[in-house]
Design a protein around this ligand. Sequence first.
Ligand code: HEC
Ligand code: HEC
Length: 295
Amino acid sequence: MKSLLIWLFPLLAGSVLAFWFLTRPDLIRISELPDHIPDFANGERIFHAGGCASCHGVDLAGGLELKTAFGTFRVPNISPDLQEGIGAWSTLEFVNAMMRGVSPDGVHYYPAFPYASYTRMDLRDVIDLKARLDAFEPTDSRIGAHEIGFPWNLRRGIGLWKMRYLDPDLVTNGGSVDVLIKTGRYLVEGPGHCAECHTPRDRFGGLDRTRWMAGGPSPDGEGRVPNITPHPDGLAGWTEKDIAYFLESGFTPDFDLVGGTMVEVQENIAKLEASDRAAIAAYLKSIQALPDPHD
Ligand code: HEC
Ligand code: HEC
């Protein structure tokens, strides 16, 4: 028995140390920030592509409740208020929140904040986005804490989730040379975070990349999100023009009107230039066609 304890203790201590080491936040360093003068108009574009207002509100005051399988998240105030918002943050702090999911005090954010997609954003675009956010009116609304049960309330464990799912590389073949598809891929896989709804999740809440854009259960637990791959179960019957027109107007080729959580996404994407919508459409027609699951 005694010899067992002698072995067990270092083993336990080792595991705790390994956990602590593996779950530590991974940060972007100041030397990695490009020398870049913020482009306000591009910041506005990224703000709409990123759908920040859908969750944080049109005035960025927060307060929306996101109900998930893990509990209820309360979306924070990201207006430039110095106390309740993010007005006091440096560019580097903002970049690390958006692209590494780490707060200024070094705490992991929950992936309900779609940084697992935003991590693919260009650093210049994130700097431009900050300039756009800084121009909002500060609001001092104080947002309550999330209601998350054990063990999900222990944020340190999110470090393990990130090891498996936080990947700044593009998901689909990065070798394509078509400029339009490239732009679309960036907008969809990065700021647009379309996969966060259109790709099903595995049991740890990470996206199942083998089912990229093939649709799945809705994140809020109500109904399904459609397949938007070029498969007959998805968008095979839609031309690129149909997709671009849908994103601009909300009308499908059968003249149905967009519904559900896609309404706000569509309204945001409608604010982009037509060339960005054409790029998104070209990308969606270029990805692997996948059928709906037969369940
Ligand atoms: C799907 C909903 C959703 C979208 C879309 C979203 N966020 Fe968030 N955001 C959240 C949630 C939830 C949190 C809180 C995460 C946590 O507490 O771990 C958060 C946290 C943040 C934080 C940290 C705030 C703080 O006080 O620590 C920043 C900054 C932020 N979001 C910026 C943005 C920007 C900029 C965009 C648009 C590009 C955006 N978010 C889009 C849900 C969202
Ligand atoms: C918050 C979740 C969510 C996000 C994010 C999202 N979608 Fe959707 N999307 C939906 C839902 C739900 C529907 C079904 C809408 C309906 O019932 O009318 C849908 C429908 C669609 C359709 C029409 C499919 C059909 O068969 O009718 C297209 C095209 C589409 N989305 C593209 C996108 C693109 C491109 C993005 C990223 C810019 C995106 N979606 C981001 C939830 C989302």
